[in-house]
Structures are given as C-alpha cells and as structure tokens.
Design a protein around this ligand. Structure first.
Ligand SMILES: [Fe+2]
Ligand SMILES: [Fe+2]
Length: 200
C-alpha cells in the first residue's frame, strides 16, 4: 500500500492497538483528521511566503495548499453526513515533537521543516493505508481519496529538501525516522490521527 520510499523511511508500522482504538473513536479520528488538513494547508501557505522567486516551488505549494483544503472539505462533509459535530480537539504530541526537533538556525531550519512535512505526509499515507483495511462505506471512500495525495506530497517535500542539501538530509532523515517510530510505538494518553499506542 505504501511506496518503497515511504517503506524505507518508516521504522515501524501503525500498531494494531491503535487501529482497534480508531475503530472505537471514529468521531475523534475525523475531527483530528480535519485539524490535520487545516494545518497541512496552513504549513504549505507559510512555506509559500518563503519560496522567494522560485516559481515552480510556489506553484506546487499553492497546489498542495488547495488540495489540503479540498481534503478538509471532504472530511467535514463526512462528519456532517454521519450526524457528528465538530468540536475543539487539542493537537496531539506528534507534530509538536517533530517541530521541536527542527534546527533553530537557518539555512538548516528550512531543510528540517521540509523534512518534517515529508515525514508527516509519509506517516499519514502509511496510517491511511492501515485504516483502509478496517473502514467501510463512505469513510473508506474518503480515506482512499486522501491516500494517493499524501504520497505525492511526501515525494514533493522530500525532493525539495534534497535539492537544498542532500548530505544533510541523509543524516537528518535517519534521526527523524527514529523520532517518528518512537512517537508511533510508545504509549500515548490521547487518541489522535498520529498518536502512539493507546495508553488506558
Ligand atoms: Fe491532506
Ligand atoms: Fe498532504
């Protein structure tokens, strides 16, 4: 279900205990999914402000931002159709920990941020693939639509980071892979789209 590139990056699969929890927590899964799509669109827009005169980079980021907003609309429609209501849900620990990992100094910071975007897309793609095995009906259709887009977004962000500094990326991606695997495989008190194993 996931590309060879994503497979070599991820050191562990989504745990079956997380999948069982997801099947019991569909409203929270969808509300957090909507939050993830908003954040993905906002991140693409914020990178757009730093793309300078690189037109190709700007155009692709603009396309990703629109695509993430389209995903948001798809998720919101499913939430409405199921009679669920959106409510405030705090952000999980995953993206926060990845963002804390980024260098505070440029030019390393921009490369790290692109790698974090790539990692979030890669893990999302793997997790969606795992969800497809347990979801049915319009929820399954929704996640099928998200899956291929997240794979493309991963490819874009990782390729962009490598054009800036390939040697640095090699070393940093290894470190980021370990951090991702830690967050995905360790107990987590909150259930979210990118949470670790349920700790209850
Ligand atoms: Fe998305
Ligand atoms: Fe994405």
């Amino acid at each position: 279900m996931v590309s060879a590139a994503i497979q070599s990056l991820l050191l562990c699969e989504t745990p079956s205990t997380w999948l069982e929890e997801a099947s019991q927590q569909l409203p929270n899964l969808l509300i957090d999914q909507a939050n993830c799509e908003k954040k993905a669109a906002a991140t693409a827009v914020s990178l757009l402000h730093r793309s300078g005169s690189d037109e190709r980079f700007s155009l692709e980021l603009s396309r990703i931002a629109r695509e993430e907003l389209k995903h948001l609309e798809l998720v919101l429609r499913v939430i409405k159709r199921h009679g669920m209501s959106t409510r405030h849900l705090s952000a999980g620990r995953y993206a926060r920990a990845l963002n804390e990992w980024t260098s505070k100094r440029e030019p390393a910071r921009l490369v790290d941020q692109l790698l974090v975007c790539a990692m979030i897309e890669a893990r999302s793609c793997e997790r969606i693939g795992a969800l497809l095995a347990i979801l049915k009906g319009d929820l399954r259709t929704l996640y099928e639509k998200l899956h291929d887009a997240e794979d493309r977004h991963f490819e874009f962000y990782v390729a962009r980071a490598y054009t800036l500094d390939p040697n640095y990326c090699e070393e940093r991606l290894a470190s980021l892979s370990r951090l991702d695997a830690h967050l995905i495989s360790q107990p987590d008190q909150e259930f979210r789209f990118h949470s670790g194993t349920p700790d209850r």
